[in-house]
Design a protein around this ligand. Structure first.
Ligand SMILES: Cc1cc2nc3c(=O)[nH]c(=O)nc-3n(C[C@H](O)[C@H](O)[C@H](O)COP(=O)(O)O)c2cc1C
Length: 266
């Protein structure tokens, strides 16, 4: 789908010359979020095999603590886009998948055979469900991208946890985590490969080492400039603001909602 060589991809990620890269690994470095799609719908078989890829991910103790729901009906998609901060790609993506942490299924199964399942309200099992869902999603993403599709995750699915629960008619023990837009990338809308923090700031051997950001602020300012965004703003400035309380956009309701769903209470 994307044509950058591994050398170019490495250079765009890290702003430095590439080492020798396994050509298979190089394919995985070409990811970028796609927010403009061609109109091609995905066949039922493609969706089925993408879900099989997701379900083939590792899962803690084989508990499979997640569910996935697709939304195709145009009226419902418009409602969902509204719940997700009115993002145009939520409305327009050929396939939209919502991912959920799901304790309901295992609780049904366990109680049917006489178990209490009382551990499920510990944070451990919520964390486990979030990890399981994320691993499944990212395996689906790798498969989709390898077959020429593009994706964009939608964290805004958590902006209105109760609204999302009502929309999907969620039972107790289920909570929306994120959405995923999937489709054939539009050819006339280039999606750029975004720089990442240098490896020496993210990957350590033996012990944690706080090593700052290196030249990342500068590389991201250049990237913002290239993309027609404000180049005088650095990654530190954007990200510092992004993790402030004013950017919670409704997600401060998540913990009380989790408690209401009988999750993450101890
Ligand atoms: C869990 C998660 C939630 C995200 N939510 C949104 C979203 O609501 N809208 C959006 O346009 N992009 C969203 N993104 C995409 C990120 O902004 C994007 O991955 C990041 O800026 C890095 O860019 P890249 O994917 O092009 O490399 C999300 C990504 C993740 C992993």
């Amino acid at each position: 789908m994307w044509t950058e060589s591994s050398e170019v991809a490495w250079n765009k990620r890290y702003g430095e010359e590439a080492p020798r890269i396994d050509p298979v690994h190089a394919q995985f470095m070409l990811h970028r979020s796609v927010r403009h799609f061609a109109e091609d719908l995905l066949s039922k078989e493609t969706v089925q095999s993408l879900i099989a890829c997701a379900q083939s991910a590792s899962t803690s103790s084989n508990l499979q603590l997640y569910s996935i729901i697709s939304v195709a009906d145009p009226g419902r998609r418009a409602q969902l886009a509204e719940l997700c901060a009115n993002q145009a790609h939520v409305l327009r993506a050929p396939l939209f998948l919502a991912f959920f942490a799901d304790h309901y299924r295992v609780k049904q199964a366990g109680t049917a055979v006489g178990e209490q399942c009382s551990g499920l309200d510990y944070n451990e099992f919520y964390t486990m469900a979030v990890i399981d869902a994320s691993l499944a999603a990212e395996r689906l993403v790798c498969a989709a991208e390898a077959s020429g599709l593009g994706v964009c995750y939608i964290g805004a699915l958590r902006n209105n946890p109760q609204g999302v629960a009502d929309f999907f008619e969620l039972p107790p023990g289920v909570v929306g985590l994120f959405g995923l837009c999937v489709g054939v990338p539009a050819i006339n809308k280039d999606a750029s490969l975004k720089p990442r923090i240098g490896q020496s700031s993210v990957y350590f051997e033996e012990k944690y080492r706080s090593s700052g950001l290196g030249d990342y602020d500068l590389r991201m300012s250049n990237f913002y400039d290239q993309e027609g965004m404000k180049g005088d703003v650095t990654w530190s400035m954007r990200s510092g603001r992004r993790v402030g309380e004013s950017f919670l956009t409704g997600r401060e309701a998540l913990l009380p909602f989790l408690h209401k769903q009988g999750m993450d209470s101890r």
